[in-house]
Design a protein around this ligand. Structure first.
Ligand SMILES: Cc1cc2nc3c(=O)[nH]c(=O)nc-3n(C[C@H](O)[C@H](O)[C@H](O)COP(=O)(O)OP(=O)(O)OC[C@H]3O[C@@H](n4cnc5c(N)ncnc54)[C@H](O)[C@@H]3O)c2cc1C
Length: 381
């Protein structure tokens, strides 16, 4: 067993950390306050290879492994989770779906633009009537005159209004449940394809989340991604990698909360001592740091399994469940350690607290992760 990162992985983590220290954190706070997408900063991710992390070099990507990807995601989310979720959805969902299941022509058409950061990508599975029960989706795609015509609405889609390219899951066979779902590539500008007004959210204010609306949106037959009816199985594979990356996102947020708690404990005094000298708070911090490290190890193990080409769904679910609940706990306790200051927007923990909650909901809620874990243990299909 080897717990050492390779030299390349350490170097990549250092680059991501340097970027996060220089460009994220306090620099994102004004965007967050204005509920504004941080375009100026997101644009800087492309030249670093952070918008094509898993894309093979032949298609203009960085061609890195999942462990490296998890390290980058952790560091960027330690800096800021709005920018973090933007790059996560772009890499893990839209871009990875095309990289894994696209034809050579589709990869050639879309991946270089996505990987360079020339355009951002979105991925639409969730609908107003179906989230956890994703196979119940109702968006329809009908074959007409050699093209596909799509109708329906996708809800809560990251990068929906800032993205140029989207992968959308739609029902192509009404009678078959999960086997009647197919994936399609859509481009902004396609008549009948539009994004709604971005939602006002609890957190991640500098990220974009909106509906994708399909009203007789017509795409060429060539935009079907993989085989007809294979969309749901593809989505499950995409989600496996996506959950590992969301676990890394949660680890980054949890670490950011710990960083803020440490900083505040050293500077704030009460009863003639710094907070850092109180045993109760030291114990709280020690427990948190331990849990963050467990979350990190679970995440890197799931990423390593993925790199080894081994089944990773169970490990991804455990990592995502534990890391997201650790992020929420760390954020809650970091606010507590700040006292009244933690409740005020001026202090970063207030933003971290709001952002952390998403990790328990997105990419399969904690309840769904528990379901996945229990089913595997109990031997249910
Ligand atoms: C900021 C943000 C960004 C997102 N980005 C994307 C995106 O880019 N693409 C995309 O497709 N989706 C995206 N989502 C959607 C997200 O994946 C869903 O919100 C999530 O999967 C939960 O689905 P739901 O909201 O329909 O909740 P529901 O499925 O309605 O669940 C409601 C509650 O019931 C519980 N529940 C449901 N079924 C069970 C069960 N069998 N057992 C026990 N409890 C259960 C859930 O855990 C939850 O607590 C995003 C959501 C948010 C908030």
């Amino acid at each position: 067993m080897d717990f050492e990162l390779s030299d390349d992985q350490q170097r990549i983590r250092a680059v991501a950390r340097e970027f996060a220290d220089a460009e994220l954190g306090d620099k994102i706070a004004p965007y967050d306050a204005r509920h504004e997408f941080a375009w100026e900063i997101v644009k800087k991710l492309g030249p670093l290879g952070f918008l094509g992390v898993l894309v093979p070099e032949d298609y203009g990507g960085a061609g890195l492994d999942y462990v490296s990807y998890a390290l980058i995601v952790e560091e960027l989310n330690r800096g800021d989770a709005s920018v973090g979720i933007t790059m996560w959805a772009h890499n893990s969902l839209c871009t990875n779906h095309i990289a894994l299941f696209g034809s050579p022509a589709q990869k050639q058409t879309y991946l270089p633009r996505l990987a360079s950061g020339a355009v951002l990508g979105a991925w639409g599975l969730t609908e107003p009537g179906s989230g956890s029960d994703a196979a119940a989706l109702r968006t329809r795609a009908v074959e007409r005159d050699g093209a596909w015509v799509l109708n329906g609405t996708k809800a809560f889609i990251t990068n929906a209004s800032v993205g140029e390219i989207a992968v959308v899951l739609a029902r192509t066979d009404a009678e078959k449940k999960s086997r009647g779902i197919s994936a399609f590539i859509l481009e902004r500008g396609t008549p009948g394809f539009s994004a709604g007004t971005p939602y006002r959210k609890l957190g991640l204010h500098a990220s974009d989340t909106a509906e994708l609306v399909l009203e007789d949106a017509r795409v060429p037959a060539a935009n079907l991604l993989g085989a007809r009816g294979a969309g749901f199985a593809q989505a499950m594979t995409v989600l496996e990698g996506g959950r590992i990356a969301m676990a890394a996102m949660a680890v980054g947020i949890a670490q950011a909360a710990v960083d803020q708690a440490v900083r505040y404990m050293k500077q704030r005094s009460a009863f003639g001592k710094t907070l850092a000298e109180f045993n109760g708070l030291q114990g709280m911090l020690a427990d948190l740091v331990t849990e963050v490290e467990v979350a990190r190890l679970l995440t890197l193990r799931a990423a390593w399994l993925k790199d080894e080409g081994r089944p990773a769904m169970h490990a991804a679910a455990m990592a995502k469940l534990f890391a997201s609940e650790t992020a929420m706990k760390a954020a809650t306790q970091a606010v507590q350690i700040h006292g009244g200051a933690g409740y005020i927007a001026e202090f970063p923990v207030e933003r971290i607290f709001r952002d952390a909650k998403l990790t328990e909901i997105g990419e399969g809620t904690s309840e769904i992760q528990r379901l996945v874990i229990a089913r595997e243990i109990l031997g249910f299909s």
